[in-house]
Ligand binder design. Structure first.
Ligand SMILES: [Zn+2]
Length: 237
């Protein structure tokens, strides 16, 4: 990994157009990778030592999502873990075109792992690809908020009650939505955000009512993610 003169614009295009869709990186993964790349390769350093607290602060995330994103990026081969100690993580940050092309096959196989039949209500639905995918499937390819049709590349998962307000990663608090709604909602209550979509005429009167009902149904656990070819997931007893 030589520190030749890098073309940042080329790297960023490669990242957005190739790496993000190929590895299906989430918003969090993208924020973490961008932050690490900016502080390593773009500054001429192949390796970077950092603490999760530093990373979370810089990428404006809570510590656990930042930690999980680092794990996922290591699994994808976007980062190579050189050392982990009390002093933090020492990683090599790979450029998008340095990540081996064969990786996506492994990731797809992992993604095919079946879901458990019985699910804990408060289970972390960001933990595995299969669980994250189940949330997208539940929304049937539409943004939970604005109802726009979603392509896999422009969809993400959103916390209805934001992490900063101690919202959980359970299926009662995660929805599949478009990138635009994800960035516009920020830390606002979901009901207020839906009303703002109505004011902007992105939702009709009837759609707003239906969305507010869906929000209540979600919070009360009435929208468990469906699993293809199986009965609906049941909470563990
Ligand atoms: Zn949307």
């Amino acid at each position: 990994m030589k520190n030749k003169k890098l073309n940042a614009s080329r790297i960023w295009k490669h990242f957005e157009d190739f790496l993000v869709p190929r590895l299906r990186l989430s918003i969090t993964d993208r924020a973490v990778y961008s932050h690490l790349l900016r502080h390593s390769r773009l500054e001429g350093k192949a390796r970077l030592r950092f603490s999760i607290a530093w990373l979370a602060r810089g990428a404006r995330l809570s510590t656990n999502p930042a930690r999980w994103a680092v794990r996922r990026l290591i699994a994808h081969g976007a980062l190579r873990l050189v050392e982990r100690s009390k002093a933090g993580h020492l990683v090599e940050v790979r450029l998008p075109d340095e990540i081996r092309a064969t990786r996506h096959k492994m990731i797809r196989r992992r993604g095919a792992r079946p879901l458990p039949r019985c699910l804990d209500f408060e289970q972390d639905f960001l933990k595995t690809r299969a669980l994250r995918h189940a949330i997208h499937v539940r929304e049937r390819g539409r943004c939970f908020y604005c109802l726009r049709r979603l392509a896999p590349m422009i969809r993400c998962l959103d916390h209805v009650v934001p992490r900063v307000s101690f919202g959980s990663n359970s299926y009662r608090n995660l929805v599949s939505c478009c990138l635009q709604c994800n960035s516009q909602k920020r830390d606002r209550p979901a009901g207020d955000f839906l009303r703002s979509l109505y004011r902007e005429r992105r939702l009709t009167d009837a759609e707003l009512t239906a969305r507010l009902r869906a929000l209540d149904a979600l919070a009360s656990g009435k929208l468990p993610p469906p699993v293809p070819g199986r009965a609906r997931l049941q909470p563990c007893r």
